[in-house]
Design a protein around this ligand. Structure first.
Ligand code: PGA
Length: 250
């Protein structure tokens, strides 16, 4: 069965509630009736009570950029999975490279968050990717394998169906330096082979692997032409309804 593509917007720490509402008001009519791909928005947690109701009944899902692995507790500044679900969020990013880089998230933490998301029926998008020095040192494959194994530890094939992976080479994020479609597809093949080893061929064949890192309206078509690429995680170019629509409708 072909994998249905997912095009996701990572808004990072941008937009006020009013700006988020303006985006959704403009965006939903532009993508109305678009069923070829799944669409999801990932705003800051304070925007969820605006964006979730605004997207209700539409073809656009809404999720968090991060969740804590604990159900609840004394974790100042964090958001729990129960809080996400209570406001209607259905998806979450996990282990984005900015979380790994600035907030010291390790593969072990990513793994705990993945288990929490799966337990609560929230669709996890697990982000992995190498930094420039690792690519230049020829370590990309081993880094990706380590990240996949770390993230998926203890996940059974039966539980793995909802998982989405986002391959985001760190050197391509926010730099305007996109991986070529071939570089991205090679990395995706490495990741899928590792998932095959861990969870079996059926799970791996069904698992969506998105590409992220300077995806723009003018490079999405070539990226999506690669059979290995099952969608995109888009930062900068997702902030304007017109450019994100152009990406969704590549
Ligand atoms: P970018 O960000 O599209 O601005 O490179 C992608 C991401 O960080 O998910």
């Amino acid at each position: 069965m072909p994998r249905k593509a997912l095009i996701a917007a990572n808004w990072k720490m941008y937009k006020t509630p009013a700006e988020a509402q303006t985006f959704v008001d403009a965006f939903l009519p532009l993508v109305k009736g678009h069923t070829r791909d799944e669409i999801a928005l990932f705003p800051s947690p304070v925007l969820l009570p605006t964006v979730v109701p605004a997207c209700e009944g539409s073809n656009v899902a809404v999720g968090a950029q991060n969740i804590h692995f604990a159900e609840e507790g004394a974790y100042t500044g964090e958001t729990s999975i129960g809080q996400l679900r209570a406001v209607g969020g259905t998806h979450t990013l996990i282990g984005h490279s900015e979380r790994r880089q600035y907030f010291a998230e390790t593969d072990e933490i990513v793994n705990k968050k993945l288990h929490t998301a799966l337990k609560h029926g929230v669709v996890p998008i697990v982000c992995i990717g190498e930094v420039l020095e690792e690519r230049e040192a020829g370590k990309t494959a081993s880094v990706l394998k380590t990240q996949v194994n770390g993230a998926f530890a203890g996940v059974s094939p039966e539980a793995a169906a909802p998982i989405v992976i986002a391959y985001e080479p760190v050197w391509a994020i926010g730099t305007g330096r996109t991986a070529t479609p071939e570089i991205a597809a090679d990395a995706h093949a490495i990741i899928r082979a590792e998932v095959t080893k861990l969870l079996g061929a059926d799970v791996a064949a069904a698992m969506r692997i998105l590409y992220g890192g300077s995806v723009k309206p003018d490079n999405i078509t070539n990226l999506m032409a690669q059979e290995e690429i099952d969608g995109a995680l888009v930062g900068g170019a997702s902030l304007k309804p017109e450019s994100f629509t152009a990406i969704v409708k590549y």
